[in-house]
Design a protein around this ligand. Structure first.
Ligand SMILES: Cc1cc2nc3c(=O)[nH]c(=O)nc-3n(C[C@H](O)[C@H](O)[C@H](O)COP(=O)(O)OP(=O)(O)OC[C@H]3O[C@@H](n4cnc5c(N)ncnc54)[C@H](O)[C@@H]3O)c2cc1C
Length: 455
């Protein structure tokens, strides 16, 4: 430990190092508080690429594991410390280095908060679409680490589609530049894409070139109530089949709607079984919403209410963003699944989740980026009750099994972390797993980067 601190201090200012165990303990885990987490030896908050390189060189020399962290809003334990590790928090590297309207790119450091970037590019008439519900706190580095999605992905796609190039500090301290700042480019293997979603296991992202789009008009939202989740899923299929491309298509089930109302008094319809939010950011959103409203009615919607203006639309979105924190208030702890299925199988998934909730005697609230088929079945439980915790884990696993059976994936956007690593092996199969382990070995032969995650 003394050796580690002495070597780190040789290339870092005092204020970049935290050694007080009471403070370092607060960096031990992300928002999946029930996942295993170790005790960090030290927390380092670098401000430059050179400082990150110094940390990685030191870690390699002394064989100390390194766990990169953004804002720790992750939901799978992917940023959790391991015993004796260096927690490398990128929060102080938070500069927007460039916004270029001609090339339609932004160049940023990893600690930039998603909403800060969105607002900064918005001032120049530009748009950075990936918008996780946690956008006011999560960082671009974390978004890249987990390949984040968000509310507008149904129209604009996920983080991977916006990362053009990266600067990455490798395990041994070398600096790798990948990708491009051009509109096109196919030189060699796509290492940029490889890093997106790699959960800090291949290198430390210290700079990112991100693609931007022209800012679309403000979106208008419609809320449709349904007597069953199945009817809401039927509406989703009709909307997508008819060729509409909403800028958002989100679902909240009865449990979620009630939890949000109880927490924030948002005035959502308490008696509905399923609430669908659809939005358009076109030049005539009213016409698009009217057409989608008719499709919802044809699928059996009991009420269809278009928002009157953008302020009312924003309130509905705020309510949706509160879904996960609101569900957490029900029993104190939540285990949040992230199963994504083909949209056409969404109804089967939701029916199955209801059956699983009944089988285990647990409340499982569902909110979903329904237009992507990406659901967040949220198992609510009391972590102090061992039997309830066991049932929570079993139901959580059964939902992933069902997702795979329906042709889906165990994680649409939250990543594997420590929470789903047994399931990653099942989804990849032996050949896929072997090749992925080989990639990890190439980039990190000593196994120092975020150990215990993914595999
Ligand atoms: C209320 C709530 C709502 C959410 N909604 C969404 C949503 O809609 N969509 C969604 O996708 N997610 C959502 N999330 C999950 C979470 O916010 C995202 O996964 C987010 O991308 C994590 O960013 P972070 O900065 O908190 O990263 P962290 O949690 O700190 O880290 C995430 C991963 O990235 C790695 N990492 C971080 N920085 C770097 C770096 N510079 N270089 C290499 N690796 C790095 C970490 O090691 C870890 O593996 C939500 C979370 C909460 C609490």
């Amino acid at each position: 430990m003394d050796d580690l601190l002495a070597q780190l201090r040789a290339g870092l200012p005092d204020e970049a190092l935290i050694t007080d165990p009471d403070i370092t303990a607060s960096y031990a885990h992300d928002m999946a508080s029930f996942c295993e987490a170790g005790t960090p030896a030290v927390v380092v908050l670098p401000r430059s690429v050179e400082q990150v390189q110094h940390v990685l060189r030191t870690a390699t020399a002394l064989r100390v594991p390194v766990v990169p962290q953004g804002a720790r809003t992750g939901l799978s334990g992917a940023a959790n410390a391991s015993d004796g590790c260096i927690v490398l928090s990128l929060l102080k590297m938070d500069r927007i280095l460039e916004i270029n309207p001609v090339d339609r790119i932004a160049v940023v450091e990893p600690g930039v908060v998603n909403a800060t970037l969105s607002r900064a590019v918005g001032e120049q008439g530009l748009y950075y679409p990936p918008d996780p519900s946690s956008w006011e706190t999560c960082t671009i580095g974390g978004n890249i680490g987990t390949a984040s999605g968000g509310l507008c992905c149904v129209k604009y796609g996920v983080t991977a589609e916006y990362v053009l190039g990266l600067d990455v500090v490798l395990a041994d301290g070398r600096l790798l530049t990948t990708g491009r700042r051009t509109a096109k480019g196919v030189a060699g293997y796509d290492l940029t894409r490889l890093f997106v979603g790699s959960e800090g296991s291949l290198g430390i992202v210290v700079r990112a070139v991100l693609a931007l789009r022209p800012r679309p008009p403000r979106q208008l939202v419609l809320a449709a109530e349904f007597g069953s989740a199945t009817a809401a899923c039927d509406a989703i299929c009709r909307i997508m089949e008819s060729g509409h491309t909403p800028s958002l298509l989100e679902l909240m089930d009865r449990t979620t709607v009630r939890a949000v109302n109880a927490m924030a008094n948002m005035g959502l319809p308490d008696t509905t079984e399923a609430l669908l939010l659809a939005a358009f950011d076109t030049h005539d959103p009213g016409a698009d919403l009217a057409a989608v409203g008719l499709l919802c009615e044809a699928a059996g919607a009991t009420e269809v209410v278009p928002a009157e203006d953008t302020a009312e639309s924003e309130l509905l979105l705020q309510a949706r963003r509160l879904a996960l924190p609101a569900l957490e208030t029900l029993k104190g702890t939540t285990m949040i699944d992230d199963v994504c299925v083909p949209r056409s199988r969404l109804g089967d998934l939701l029916e199955g989740i209801e059956r699983i909730g009944e089988k285990y005697g647990l409340t499982i609230g569902v909110c979903a980026h329904a237009g992507d088929g990406n659901t967040h079945p949220t198992v609510c439980f009391d972590a102090a009750d061992p039997d309830e915790s066991r049932r929570a884990r079993e139901s959580f696993d059964e939902i992933m099994a069902l997702g795979l059976e329906l042709g889906g994936t165990i994680t649409g956007e939250h990543g594997v972390g420590v929470l789903k690593k047994e399931w990653l092996a099942r989804e990849l199969g032996p050949v896929g797993l072997e090749l992925q382990r080989g990639i990890k070995q190439t980039f990190d032969p000593l196994g120092l980067l975020n150990p215990g995650k993914l595999f």
